[in-house]
Write a protein that binds this ligand. Structure first.
Ligand code: ZN
Length: 153
């Protein structure tokens, strides 16, 4: 079981199980051969690192790789991101980032928006632990930066 410092034990049990599942079995970790986007980010406050690669087909995400190391929240969040990204358009991915950030700020989301987030809502409880919000948002912020740069090219 997780120790007393993770904050996870204070989250809803269902949400905790989603987070731990993604932490222990992260999705899409295999590196891509020819990524169009390749970005790394770290959160020095916690020691979290993420490495995101995307292969694009026009404006569609064709393939995604997300790997890294760090706390359960940062790594499960990155895995959830990987799972959500496949077959999404770049603009849909950016919308997801906005939704995740709004959720972490504690903004009220509509039911449709919660549906769009899917399993990512498991991270919602993290907003009660301000130092952990950076962990949860690390991969999303990195993705947003990478996609915004790509668009600017
Ligand atoms: Zn962390």
């Amino acid at each position: 079981m997780m120790g007393g410092t993770s904050g996870l034990e204070q989250l809803d049990e269902l949400y905790e199980s989603i987070i731990l599942d993604h932490y222990r079995n992260p999705r899409h970790t295999e590196l891509l051969e020819n990524p169009d986007i390749d970005v790394e980010a770290n959160n020095p406050f916690c020691g979290d690192e993420v490495h995101i690669q995307l292969a694009l087909d026009g404006s569609n995400v064709k393939n995604v790789s997300v790997s890294g190391q760090g706390c359960a929240i940062s790594q499960s969040s990155a895995s959830l991101l990987a799972e959500m990204l496949e077959d999404k358009r770049a603009d849909e991915a950016l919308e997801l980032v906005t939704l995740v950030r709004r959720m972490m700020r504690g903004e009220e989301l509509s039911e449709a928006e919660m549906d769009t987030l899917g399993d990512i809502v498991a991270l919602e409880g993290v907003k009660r632990f301000p130092v952990r919000i950076k962990c949860a948002l690390l991969s999303w912020t990195a993705l947003e930066d990478a996609l915004s740069e790509e668009k600017a090219d």
